[in-house]
Design a protein around this ligand. Structure first.
Ligand code: P6P
Length: 335
């Protein structure tokens, strides 16, 4: 059999974006350009994240130590990379970043027709211990390119036209989808500097895994404490044949917990209103629904929520449909 290095039927993310563009008759190619710019930004962020520890001891050119205060915080650096490449694509008119209090309006000849909401480096507090972190993004089409306003992003997540994340873990994996299309995953080959199609048409798994920060259990409401009890202990009337408790997995970095939930299945729960709607909850809900799963805040489908302001937060439960429906049923019965 031919070795992986000699295979020539590999598909790069750029080729795949163009292939999907051709499938959408009449598309201008603007979204393809924007997605390609995002993929380039993720390559650059990946490069910086992987060198982070080294930069602290050997500096950029391998000369002297980089003093801590000179060592630009990775999330600030990642934010600059994202903004430069998004604005430079000439396809955006409004940028909402977790790192910036105010939205950024793109003017002049750099203005395009898309609004991008993103977290440039989610979970960055985990970097020092080597835990996977990631970039998360969601894209809306502006309503009136001549007059972009915050109303272009303070709208239901279901009106997003694309969403995705890039996880900087044991490998760098970009996962995204566009409205009504399959969810695909691309793994960065560091030697080629290319994202190669490795996960075609991801469908959410069905393993019994639950993912929650148990340390917050004193704040869980009755619906969640009941849900957790039912997946940890057999029913009162006795365990049916084959019954076993769910496995617990919690990384504490949303992209890592989401990627595992997408590939293996189960449920990710964040009952406190901590995660941001526009650039954490909506993109992940958009992806999980496109992969055959579901996402809710307990009472409302996540993608039907309208954020009140650009950094609004929400609780979120996402994963396999059956688990999400169970949680919504408990909210309806108990809350
Ligand atoms: P906690 C990381 O700080 C983050 O924003 C998400 O990536 C992650 O899912 C969540 O917060 C973890 O929160 O309270 O469990 O540390």
């Amino acid at each position: 059999t031919e070795s992986a290095d000699t295979r020539t039927d590999i598909t790069t993310v750029t080729q795949h974006i163009l292939e999907q563009q051709r499938a959408h008759k009449g598309s201008t190619g603007d979204l393809s350009l924007l997605l390609t710019a995002i993929a380039s930004a993720c390559k650059w962020v990946s490069n910086v994240v992987r060198k982070a520890e080294l930069l602290k001891v050997v500096g950029v050119a391998g000369t002297t130590n980089v003093q801590a205060e000179q060592q630009q915080k990775l999330d600030v650096l990642s934010n600059e990379i994202m903004i430069n490449l998004l604005r430079g694509s000439g396809r955006t008119c409004l940028l909402v970043s977790e790192e910036d209090e105010d939205a950024l309006f793109v003017s002049g000849d750099e203005r395009g027709s898309y609004c991008v909401c993103f977290d440039p480096l989610d979970g960055s507090s985990n970097i020092d211990c080597g835990v996977a972190v990631g970039t998360i993004f969601g894209i809306y089409a502006v309503k009136d390119i001549a007059n972009p306003t915050l109303k272009d992003v303070l709208r239901p997540g279901s009106e997003m036209i694309a969403a995705g994340y890039c996880m900087y873990g044991s490998s760098t994996v970009l996962v995204y989808t566009t409205q009504g299309c399959p969810v695909n995953g691309y793994t960065l080959d560091p030697n080629l500097g290319e994202f190669l199609l490795t996960h075609r048409n991801i469908q959410i798994g069905h393993k019994n895994i639950y993912s929650i920060n148990e340390g917050n259990c004193a704040t869980f409401d009755k619906a969640i404490t009941t849900y957790l009890h039912d997946i940890r202990y057999p029913p009162k009337e006795g365990a049916p044949a084959g019954w076993k408790p769910y496995t617990a997995r919690y990384v504490g970095s949303m992209v890592a917990d989401m990627h595992r939930t997408l590939l293996y299945g189960g449920i990710f729960l964040y009952p406190g209103a901590k995660l941001r709607i526009l650039y954490e909850c909506f993109p992940m809900a958009f992806l999980v629904e496109h992969a055959g799963g579901a996402a809710t805040d307990g009472r409302t489908r996540m993608l039907d929520i309208v954020p009140s302001q650009i950094h609004a937060r929400s609780r979120i439960y996402l994963g396999t449909k059956a688990e999400v429906e169970r949680i919504e049923q408990l909210y309806a019965e108990l809350m």
